[in-house]
Design a protein around this ligand. Structure first.
Ligand SMILES: [Zn+2]
Length: 332
């Protein structure tokens, strides 16, 4: 993946700081890019590298996109940009850090002024691995620069954090998400409303959801279940729950969607504002529910959803958990 700053939507403050760091000639030895999946961390890192390394960059840090450096960066084969490949996907071990970073950092870059190490999913480093990384971070050769990408900054040791420039990705506004979808999914009306509602400010997630017919179908089935719940008996609830799980998506995603449904009812009760609804297409049904369900009951529904989340995390059976939740919600 590759991008220039000008091609990236939103994240204005982060782009400014990265641009400044790339152009200043005093790039930090370590950079931590924190933010959710789909929030643009990889694109920002690519734009930063192009601004840093392209010999023809403009005064605004825009790369030429055509020189051998840009081409190698875009094809992911620049010899001075190394992406850490841990032995086990779920853990970055002390051996990974020693073998791939500490033991190679002493070798000068082949063709650039910098030797760049990229660590995706840096939160997978355990304490020992982070301490090993500190060895290089404490006295880095002039040319070494590291880019750590993480979903959770709090999992990085304070000693690592204090040696890095820390940047957090920003949520895209609704207008920015709309512009992004207009550019990448022009004319795609189906799924657009859902993508805007459920992207939560993440451009990557908006793009993913927009073309995702399965997600739209799942939302439709879930909403139908919640609307019809008071009339359904045990057997019908079991069948509907099985149907939902048959989509094979993370059951936690289902619970999050259910939570959004009750949140919508609450929003309508409190503010009457349709603008803030996640399920805008269900305005009429939600308005009816907002008139019949009181605030306490909505609170109970949300608590039941949270409890279900805990049970699933404790690895109770998904189907049994969801069915039990539906039976509780039915009484609300
Ligand atoms: Zn270039």
């Amino acid at each position: 993946m590759s991008m220039a700053f000008s091609e990236i939507y939103g994240n204005r403050r982060v782009k400014e700081q990265l641009r400044e760091a790339a152009l200043s000639g005093r790039a930090p030895h370590a950079l931590i890019l924190a933010g959710r999946k789909g929030s643009g961390r990889s694109m920002l890192a690519s734009a930063f590298l192009e601004a840093l390394l392209c010999p023809n960059r403009t005064g605004e840090g825009e790369p030429c996109g055509q020189c051998p450096v840009c081409v190698k960066l875009r094809e992911g084969c620049h010899p001075d940009v190394i992406t850490l490949q841990p032995d086990k996907p779920e853990l970055i071990s002390v051996d990974d850090i020693r073998g791939q970073i500490n033991d190679t950092a002493g070798v000068r870059p082949w063709e650039s002024a910098y030797k760049v190490y990229i660590i995706p999913g840096a939160e997978r480093m355990n304490v020992q691995a982070q301490n090993a990384l500190l060895k290089t971070l404490e006295e880095p050769p002039d040319y070494v620069m590291m880019i750590l990408m993480t979903e959770d900054l709090s999992l990085m040791l304070p000693t690592v954090q204090s040696r890095a420039l820390k940047l957090k990705t920003e949520a895209l506004s609704r207008a920015e998400l709309e512009a992004l979808l207009d550019e990448r999914h022009p004319g795609e009306e189906e799924g657009r409303a859902l993508a805007l509602s459920f992207a939560d400010g993440c451009g990557g997630r908006a793009l993913e959801l927009c073309g995702d017919a399965e997600f739209a179908a799942l939302c439709g089935k879930l909403v139908a279940l919640l609307k019809e719940l008071p009339r359904l008996d045990f057997g019908e609830i079991t069948m509907r729950v099985r149907e939902l799980l048959a989509y094979g998506r993370d059951p936690q995603e289902l619970l999050a969607l259910m939570g959004r449904w009750y949140r919508d009812i609450l929003v309508l009760r409190c503010t009457g504002s349709v603008e803030e609804l996640s399920f805008r297409g269900e305005k009429r049904a939600l308005l009816e529910l907002a008139e019949t369900i009181d605030g306490d009951s909505i609170g109970s529904a949300m608590k039941e959803i949270e409890k279900c989340q805990c049970r699933m995390e404790a690895r109770a059976g998904d189907e049994a958990c969801l069915r039990y939740l539906c039976l509780c919600l039915k009484e609300i």
